[in-house]
Design a protein around this ligand. Structure first.
Ligand code: ADP
Ligand code: MG
Length: 636
C-alpha cells in the first residue's frame, strides 16, 4: 500500500468507528432522549461527522467538476445521492436517511480504496516483469573496471558482465562462458548458455560466469530500450471497447441525473407517491447507476492482458491490437527467419566448367558483405577466407532477388533465377532441394551455391496450435523456390503456400486474402525482414520477430515476439480471447445487476433501498475488478 492509500484507509477506519458508535447510540435510543425537535438535529449533526471524514474529498472533487464545467462523473453522482439522503430530514413525515447517506459514502470510499489498490498491484506486477532497465555498464578504463551510464557506451565497446548483473546492451560475447536468465524478456524459464561468439540481448540476467561482451548497438537501440518504449506507448492505442466505455460514461451520467430528476418530479404528480418517497427512489437510482465498475474494470482487463502477454515474451503495442488479435482467423507467414531460423548451411557448390570453387565462394562472400539478409550472413559465415572490404563498392540489394556489387572492379551478381533472368544470364536448374544462389561475374555464369535452412524447433507446434485455437487458414508466403516452399509447407502442415514472391507480391497476396476475409475474422501477418514491413502494416494485425527481426519490421508491427518463437502466436490469441471474454462478462454483469436494481428502485416498484444500491455500485465494482485481475494469469 502506498502512503496515500494508507492515509485513506485510516480515514475510512476512523469514520467507520464513529459510524458504528452512532448506530449503537441510535439503537439504544440516545437520540430519542433529547426533547422532540432537537433529537433529530443532534442525530443529523452526529452522522455528518463520519460522512465528512470519509467523503470530504469526493464532495471537493464534485465541486471542482462543477466549477470546471465537467461535472458529470461518479463524484457528482455520489455527492447528489448522499447530500440528498441527508436533506430528506426536511420532510418530517418520512423516516430520516442520514445513516444511509453516511454509509453510502463510506462504502463508496472502501470501493475506491480497493480499486486503487488493485490497479496499483496490477501495474506493479507488470512493471516488475518490465523491471529490466539496467542501471550501469562495466567498462575498462585505464586498466580498471568502472561503472558508467549505459547511454554513454559506444557501439563496439567491450563491457564486462559479472554474475548476478543484468546485461545492459545488446552485443556478442568475446570471452567467457555463462548462463543467461532470459525469463523477463521471453518467459522462457530454461537458462540460455552463452559463450564466445554468441549474441546476447540486453535485459537478460547473467547468472553464473563473467562474460565480456562487444556491444553491437547503442543503448537507445538495444532490446531493453525498445521494449520499454513499447510498454510506455501501449496504453495510447485504445481498444474499440475501451473507447466505447469512456464515451458511454460521458453521455450516460447526465442521462441518469436527468432520469433521477424525472423520477423525483413525475412520480408524485402521476402516481401519487409521496414527495420524500420519490426523492428516495431517485437517490437510490443515482447511487446504483454509477458506472465505475465498467470505467475501471475494462481498461484494467486490457492492461492485465497486455501484462500477461509480455510475461511470455509477447509485446502487444496497445489494447486495440489485443482486441484485434482475439478475432484472428487467418495467419499468413513469411518463411525465412519466421518459420525457419534463417541460419543457412551450405549444402553444396556447383561450379560452371573451369571455375574454381574457392573463387566462386570468395566472390559470393564479398558481394554479400554489406547485406543483413539471413542468406548473406550465412554465406559470410561459411566463407573461411578473409573479406577485404576495400575492394567492394556499388553494393545494391535487390529485394526478393539478391545482391549486385562491384568486387575488385568486377560486377558480381548473387541471387535467385529471377535475378539471373532479368540480367539475361543463363542459369541452369538444380535438382537439389534447397535455396539456390546463382553467382555471376561480369555477365559470366560462375555456378551456384545450394544452401538449406533449418526449421525453427517450434514451427510445427506453432501451426498445430493455431489450428487448435480455431484459426481457419494458415498461409506461407515466401520469396524462395517452389520446391523449398512445398517441402516446408508439407512438413509444417501449413494450409496454403505461395513461392517466388517479390516483396510487393506479398502485399498483393495479403490484400487478396483480406478480400476473402469474412466480416468478423481478422488476418495476421508474421514476418521478420525489412521487406516485410509494408505487409505488416497492411495486415489487420502485424506480428514481428523481436530478437532477430529487423528494426523496420519491429517498428511496423503491432505485436512483437521477443524470442522469435512462432508458437507464441497461438498463446497470444488465447490470452487475447480470454481478456475479451472477461471484458464482456464484466460488461454484461455490471449492466445487468444495475438495470435490475434500477427497475426495483422505481417508485412504482419500490423494492430497492439505499443499502441495495450500495451493493449494486461498490459490490459490483469490486467483483468486476477481481474478475479483471484474472487476465493477468497465463495458462498456456
Ligand atoms: P523470404 O520471403 O523467404 O523471407 P526474401 O523475400 O527475403 O525471402 O528473399 C527471397 C529470395 O531472394 C531468397 O530466397 C533468395 O533467393 C533471394 N535473396 C534475397 N536476398 C538475398 C541475398 N542477400 N543474397 C542472395 N539471395 C538473396
Ligand atoms: Mg524473411
Amino acid at each position: 500500500m502506498t502512503k496515500k492509500q494508507k492515509k485513506k484507509r485510516n480515514r475510512i477506519l476512523v469514520a467507520l468507528g464513529i459510524f458504528i458508535l452512532l448506530e449503537i447510540f441510535e439503537f439504544a435510543g440516545v437520540f430519542d432522549s433529547f426533547p422532540e425537535p432537537f433529537g433529530l438535529w443532534v442525530e443529523f449533526g452526529a452522522f455528518l461527522i463520519p460522512y465528512l471524514i470519509a467523503g470530504h474529498d469526493v464532495l471537493q472533487k464534485a465541486w471542482h467538476g462543477i466549477t470546471h464545467k465537467q461535472p458529470f462523473d461518479e463524484n457528482l453522482l455520489m455527492a447528489i445521492a448522499t447530500i440528498g439522503a441527508f436533506l430528506l430530514v426536511f420532510f418530517p413525515e418520512s423516516e430520516p436517511h442520514m445513516a444511509e447517506g453516511a454509509a453510502v459514502m463510506l462504502f463508496y470510499q472502501v470501493g475506491e480504496l480497493f480499486e486503487s489498490y488493485a490497479v496499483g498491484k496490477t501495474r506493479k506486477s507488470i512493471t516488475a516483469m518490465m523491471d529490466i532497465a539496467p542501471d550501469y555498464a562495466n567498462v575498462m578504463r585505464d586498466g580498471e573496471l568502472v561503472q558508467v551510464d549505459p547511454n554513454e557506451v559506444a557501439v563496439g565497446s567491450q563491457i564486462v558482465c559479472k554474475a548476478g548483473e543484468r546485461v545492459p546492451l545488446d552485443g556478442v560475447v568475446v570471452s567467457g562462458k555463462s548462463q543467461l536468465d532470459t525469463s523477463a524478456l521471453t518467459g522462457e524459464s530454461v537458462p540460455r548458455v552463452v559463450e564466445e561468439g554468441v549474441q546476447v540481448i540486453s535485459g537478460c540476467v547473467n547468472m553464473t560466469g563473467m562474460i565480456t561482451v562487444e556491444t553491437t548497438s547503442e543503448f537507445s537501440q538495444s532490446t531493453v530500450s525498445r521494449i520499454l518504449d513499447l510498454v510506455e506507448n501501449a496504453s495510447e492505442k485504445k481498444a474499440r471497447t475501451e473507447n466505447f466505455i469512456s464515451r458511454f460514461a460521458r453521455y450516460y451520467t447526465p442521462i441518469v441525473v436527468g432520469l433521477a430528476l424525472l423520477i423525483a418530479i413525475v412520480s408524485p404528480l402521476l402516481f401519487g407517491q409521496s414527495v420524500p418517497k420519490s426523492i428516495e427512489s431517485a437517490l437510490v437510482f443515482l447511487v446504483v447507476s454509477c458506472p465505475c465498475a465498467l470505467v475501471i474494470s475494462v481498461p484494467l482487463s486490457f492492461f492485465s492482458g497486455i501484462g500477461a502477454a509480455s510475461r511470455v515474451g509477447v509485446m502487444v503495442k496497445g489494447s486495440s491490437y489485443l482486441e484485434a488479435v482475439s478475432e484472428v482467423d487467418t495467419v499468413a507467414f513469411d518463411k525465412t527467419g519466421t518459420l525457419t531460423n534463417g541460419t543457412f548451411g551450405v549444402v553444396d557448390v556447383h561450379t560452371a566448367e573451369g571455375v574454381d570453387r574457392d573463387l566462386l565462394l570468395s566472390y559470393a562472400a564479398h558481394a554479400e558483405a554489406y547485406s543483413d539478409h539471413p542468406i548473406a550472413l550465412s554465406v559470410i559465415e561459411s566463407y573461411s577466407g578473409t573479406i577485404n572490404r576495400d575492394q567492394i563498392d556499388n553494393v545494391e540489394e535487390l529485394s526478393g532477388k539478391g545482391v549486385s556489387a562491384n568486387v575488385n572492379s568486377h560486377k558480381v551478381l548473387i541471387g535467385n533465377d529471377k535475378l539471373m533472368k532479368t540480367e539475361g544470364i543463363d542459369a541452369p536448374d538444380c535438382e537439389l532441394v534447397g535455396t539456390i544462389l546463382h553467382v555471376s561475374l561480369d555477365g559470366e555464369y560462375l555456378g551456384h551455391i545450394i544452401i538449406a535452412d533449418m526449421m525453427k524447433d517450434d514451427a510445427k507446434e506453432a501451426i498445430t496450435n493455431l489450428h487448435k485455437a480455431g484459426v481457419k487458414k494458415t498461409v506461407m508466403l515466401t520469396g524462395d523456390r517452389e520446391e523449398v516452399a512445398a517441402a516446408v509447407a508439407k512438413e509444417l502442415g501449413v494450409d496454403e503456400y505461395r513461392a517466388q514472391l517479390l516483396p510487393q507480391d506479398k502485399v498483393t497476396k495479403v490484400e487478396e486474402l483480406l478480400a476473402q476475409q469474412s466480416e468478423k475474422g481478422k488476418l495476421a501477418f508474421v514476418g521478420d525482414g525489412i521487406n516485410d514491413a509494408p505487409v505488416l502494416v497492411r495486415a489487420d494485425v502485424g506480428i514481428a520477430m523481436g530478437a532477430m527481426g529487423s528494426d523496420a519490421a519491429i517498428e511496423a508491427a503491432d505485436i512483437v515476439l521477443m524470442d522469435d518463437k512462432p508458437s507464441r502466436i497461438a498463446t497470444a490469441i488465447n490470452i487475447a480471447r480470454k481478456t475479451m471474454r472477461i471484458v464482456r462478462q464484466n460488461i454484461v454483469f455490471a449492466i445487468g445487476v444495475k438495470v435490475v436494481i434500477m427497475i426495483l428502485a422505481l417508485p412504482v416498484v419500490g423494492l430497492a433501498n439505499m443499502w441495495l444500491a450500495v451493493f449494486g455500485d461498490v459490490g459490483v465494482t469490486v467483483i468486476a475488478i477481481l474478475n479483471a485481475m484474472r487476465c493477468l494469469r497465463v495458462n498456456e
